[in-house]
Design a protein around this ligand. Structure first.
Ligand SMILES: [Fe+2]
Length: 295
């Protein structure tokens, strides 16, 4: 959905048209089944169309790969067929720029909640990154689920924007401010891992016009602008996300299943691993600078 489709921020009639269509299509697609794919390296026309159709409505799709082999190579190939070419390489990604997200026993990963079995609150990926490293999509692929917990919940950020703009448009405007929050530099013993960053919660991509969201509910990682207008808007945003249960999609990924999404809001519940290796949660994560191509 482009800026044209949102009706910008001022054209109320076009916004309402977009909002009505978005809500209808979203609610219609929420109950859709998981898309089965036979070979992640060679999607059939109908498999690819089914993936893109759901992403077009929800900004997200759950797939189930029936291939016996699913390594990081297959994950990469799957993304390329959907227009995902530019992988972000973060500190925890390996040579293939894909992270193996599991409970870390030692090292730098233990500093980060994704690498523990603790719950992860609502966030979009890469909200700490500079603008030239904007994460527009990601794929999570489950190799092993945890026997207990580890459920992902997703919420399309377009829906959050829509709800705020429909009910309290002034708050939506505050969340577009380019100084809505700042992130301090991430300093490690070896030097600076990430420079300080200041940004907007919502922004429209200058090239595609698509809505982008940067958010984390971990308040100690971001400094919200002290302007009361921004503070109120963030409180309203938080409440909107928490209350949008009817629009949230929860799914516990089974082995072979994955999620492809345009970096929507998401969270993860706590989990407990089993003693055997195959009962220890392992999820591959690929983050991209590209959005999934339009259907
Ligand atoms: Fe995430």
């Amino acid at each position: 959905m482009s800026t044209q489709g949102y009706g910008g921020l001022v054209d109320a009639v076009r916004f309402e048209d977009w909002a009505a269509r978005k809500l209808y299509r979203y609610q219609q697609a929420m109950g859709d089944s998981v898309v089965e794919i036979r070979d992640p390296t060679h999607l059939s026309r109908s498999e690819r169309a089914a993936l893109l159709r759901r992403i077009g409505k929800l900004n997200l799709v759950v797939y189930h790969s029936r291939s016996r082999v699913f390594t990081k190579k297959e994950l990469k190939a799957l993304g390329i067929q959907l227009g995902l070419n530019r992988l972000d390489k973060n500190l925890m990604a390996d040579a293939e720029s894909i992270s193996s997200v599991r409970v870390a026993q030692a090292g730098i990963q233990t500093r980060y909640i994704p690498y523990t079995n603790r719950p992860l609150g609502w966030h979009t990926d890469g909200c700490y990154y500079e603008a030239d490293r904007t994460i527009r999509s990601f794929i999570l692929h489950c190799i092993n689920p945890a026997p207990d917990g580890g459920i992902n919940t997703f919420l399309d950020h377009e829906i959050v924007y829509l709800l705020i703009k429909q009910h309290e448009a002034k708050f939506a405007a505050s969340l577009f401010r380019s100084d809505a929050f700042s992130v301090p530099a991430n300093i490690s013993a070896g030097g600076e891992l990430r420079s300080a960053y200041s940004g907007a919660v919502f922004s429209f991509d200058p090239n595609s016009g698509h809505l982008h969201m940067r958010y984390t509910n971990r308040s100690h990682n971001v400094r919200w602008n002290s302007d009361p207008e921004v503070r109120q808007a963030v409180a309203y945003l938080r409440a909107t996300i928490d209350n949008a249960v009817a629009f949230s999609i929860s799914h516990k990924l089974e082995a072979g299943q994955g999620v492809i999404c345009n970096n929507v809001l998401h969270k993860r519940s706590a989990f407990n691993n089993g003693p055997e290796a195959e009962r220890q949660r392992l999820v591959y994560r690929a983050r991209y600078y590209d959005r999934v191509v339009d259907a």
